[in-house]
Design a protein around this ligand. Sequence first.
Ligand code: COA
Length: 322
Amino acid sequence: MSTRSHILSTGSYLPEKIMTNHDLSKIVDTSDEWIFQRSGIKSRRIAADDQSTSDMAIKAAEAAIERAGIQPSDIDGIIVATTTPDQTFPSVAVRVQAALGVPVGIAFDVQAVCSGFIYALSVADNFIKVGQLKRVLVIGADKMSSLLDWSDRTTCVLFGDGAGAVILEARDGAEDGTGVLSTHLYANGGMRDLLYTDGGVSTTGDSGHIIMHGREIFKYAVKLMADAVNAALDANDLSADQIDWLVPHQANLRIIEATAKKLSMPMERVIVSVEEHGNTSAASIPLAFDGAVRDGKIKEGDLVLFEALGGGLTWGSALLRL
Ligand SMILES: CC(C)(COP(=O)(O)OP(=O)(O)OC[C@H]1O[C@@H](n2cnc3c(N)ncnc32)[C@H](O)[C@@H]1OP(=O)(O)O)[C@@H](O)C(=O)NCCC(=O)NCCS
C-alpha cells in the first residue's frame, strides 16, 4: 500500500497596508492604466517596516493549524519557501518552529524564488512518500517589498508581500485517488540573468534589488509553464479538460491568460488573485489556493494543478486531488 501526501488544511496572511496603483503613481512615473493593462494588478499588500517574512509565515501557519484542528506538536516537519528570510541564517522555518512550539523535528528553507512553493511542496511530498515525515507544514512567504528599488518603475509596480501555508499529511492507501499525484520541478541556470538581485551576502554584502528583463521572461514563462503542466498531465494520463482548477503563480494576468489559452483551459477554471496581491513570489500560489478554498470555489474531490516560474529560471507544476 503506497503512502500519499494529503492536503489537510490551508491558511494565509496578508499585511494590512494596501498600496494601490494610484499610490505608486505618486512615487514613480507610472499610472493605474499602464500597470493594470500590462499586468492585471490593481493593488498589493506591503508589510510594515517592522514586519518580517517569519511574522507573516507564522500567521499563515497558525491559520492552517487552526483549520486542521491539530496541535503544533502533531507537526514533524516545516519547510518554508522564501527568498526574503529575516536573517541570512538561521532559516525562517526554525523561527516558525519556535514561535508555534513545534517539537524538535525537520525545519529548513527552500529558495527557488517564485517557484519556491512548488519546490517546497515537492520536497515535503517526497519526505512523506519515503515515510520520513508524517505531517508537514509547507509555507510560501515573501516580503518582496524589501528587495525593490522604489525608484525603478519596471519592477516596483509588480510585487507585493504575503504568506500562504498548507499542511500535508501522510495517508496510506490511495484507492480514492486523492492526495498529491505528481510534482515536476525544473531549473535552467543559463537563464539566471533574466531575473536576479544585484547583490548578495557573499558578493556585495547586502541583499540588492530586483533586476528584471520583463519582456524575455514573459516569452519563456508561457512556454515553460505550459510544458510543466503538460508534463503533469502526461504523467497522470489526464487531459486539461479534466482539471477542475488551475492555480497559477500570480505574476501577471496576461501570462496567466496566455498559459490558460495554450492549455485550452477556460478562465472560469483558473484561480486569479494577482489583481489584489501582485506578485508575492513564493507566497503567491498558497495565497491564491487558500483564498479559493475558503471562498468555496475549490472543494473536496477537485483535481487541482499548480504551476509556477521564477528567477533561476526555475519552474514546475504539482497536481493534486483534494
Ligand atoms: C514587466 C511587464 C509588465 C512589462 O510589460 P511590457 O509590455 O513588456 O513593457 P516593456 O517592458 O516593453 O515596456 C514598454 C514601455 O513601458 C515603459 N514602462 C515600464 N514600466 C513602466 C511603468 N511602471 N509605468 C509606465 N511605463 C512603464 C517602458 O519604459 C517602455 O517604454 P518605452 O517603450 O518608451 O521604452 C511584462 O514584460 C511582464 O509582465 N513580464 C513578465 C514579468 C514577470 O512575470 N516577472 C516575474 C516572473 S516570476
